[in-house]
Design a protein around this ligand. Structure first.
Ligand SMILES: NC(=O)C1=CN([C@@H]2O[C@H](COP(=O)(O)OP(=O)(O)OC[C@H]3O[C@@H](n4cnc5c(N)ncnc54)[C@H](O)[C@@H]3O)[C@@H](O)[C@H]2O)C=CC1
Ligand SMILES: NCC(=O)COP(=O)(O)O
Length: 333
């Protein structure tokens, strides 16, 4: 490894037909106190830079260990070859193995100490599923690859942090997945990482109910009475500072949020629309519970914007900065 205390951050390519290449190119023009290794096909980056009418200096690394400190306008690339030429905005299933291979290489490099963290631009879950393997998200992909019993999806904007009990599953399956076990594992893991990774002494976590009005005393659903409340009571006895279950429609108001550290939502579209409304373009997605540090953007592949110059790189820059901070904290710990 080079003689530097700067963290080494792997940045994966994301879906090559989406805005991943665009935001990598534009974010590379900012300053970061780290060594940034982009795992991508350099041809894709060169082609997209041309389409965007912008100059980038692509430095192909022969080894990750040779990566210099980030310099504005330079992209240090560890080359991973795509199968087919990429057309901005047009998905091509033949490039799905390329996308998956950048994710595996980044995670394996992180597990064996080459990288201190991974930052992932967006992938297109649908096209990855068309290869015949189910891909529901990076969160679950890294969970499997790292053999982690429980991972937690948490997004953070300047206004709030929101974590999820369930991640990418059909709405019809959510109620069955809200169990004492799932709530307990996520709440404990979240509490632990808010303490260890974010330096909070006793995190105050607001917990959403599942049903409208948190079940209205059982008249609009029984999960709060049968599952959520008893589980939260048991977790409080372990010392967790949990408030709830609160009706999700009024929990996301200043009165509750102002002195809370995090919201625990029961499912993806209960928590994330509010978070994204509060800070789309400047929020970061963090996977807690992994043995590695992984952050990501708050947006998807935006195929409509690829190659147009209209993609906002704000969330990628926040994701990189957040990964650098987490990696520096982990080095100090
Ligand atoms: N971290 C990841 O890998 C994520 C991947 N996705 C995937 O992205 C794909 C498309 O998802 P959608 O729901 O359409 O969401 P999307 O975020 O790609 O697009 C939603 C809207 O926001 C705009 N938008 C998105 N990112 C933007 C940016 N950086 N700058 C300016 N405008 C931006 C798009 O043009 C579109 O109008 C799906 O396959 C989904 O699974 C979605 C979220 C996160
Ligand atoms: N809405 C966030 C999202 O879907 C990102 O998922 P992942 O790919 O980070 O698991």
């Amino acid at each position: 490894m080079p003689q530097t205390s700067l963290p080494t951050i792997a940045i994966t390519s994301g879906e090559p037909a989406g805005i991943g290449p665009d935001i990598i190119i534009s974010a590379s023009k900012s300053e970061f106190a780290a060594r940034l290794v982009v795992l991508a096909d350099p041809t894709i980056l060169e082609q997209r830079a041309q389409e965007l009418g912008t100059q980038v200096n692509i430095n192909i690394l022969s080894s990750v260990d040779d990566c210099p400190e980030h310099e504005s306008g330079v992209i240090n690339v560890f080359s991973v070859k795509a199968s087919s030429r990429v057309n901005a905005g047009i998905l091509d299933v033949t490039n799905a193995p390329y996308v998956l291979s950048t994710l595996s290489k980044a995670a394996e490099g992180c597990l064996d100490g080459q990288f201190d963290a991974i930052v992932t631009p967006p992938v297109h879950k649908g096209i990855l599923c068309e290869t015949g393997r189910h891909f529901s998200g990076h969160t679950e992909f890294f969970q499997n690859l790292c053999d982690s019993p429980q991972v937690i999806m948490m997004l953070a904007s300047d206004a709030m942090k929101v974590a999820l009990v369930t991640t990418h599953l059909p709405l019809k399956d959510v109620a069955d997945a809200i169990t004492p076990e799932s709530i307990s594992l996520v709440a404990r893991g979240l509490n632990k990482d808010l303490i260890h990774r974010y330096g909070l002494k006793q995190p105050k976590i607001l917990v959403c109910g599942l049903n409208p009005h948190a079940g209205e005393e059982g008249h609009l659903g029984k999960e709060e009475i049968d599952v959520i409340s008893p589980t939260l009571d048991a977790l409080r006895k372990e010392g967790l500072n949990l408030i709830g279950p609160l009706p999700a429609d009024t929990l996301f108001t200043e009165k509750y949020l102002k002195d809370a550290d995090c919201v625990l939502a029961m499912y993806h579209d209960q928590g994330l629309p509010v978070l994204k409304y509060s800070g789309f373009g400047n929020a970061v997605n963090i996977t807690l519970g992994l043995p590695i540090i992984r952050t990501s953007v708050d947006h998807g592949t935006a195929l409509d914007l690829a190659g147009t110059g209209q993609a906002n790189d704000g969330s990628l820059k926040v994701a990189i900065t957040h990964a650098i901070e987490m990696a520096n904290n982990a080095k100090k710990a």
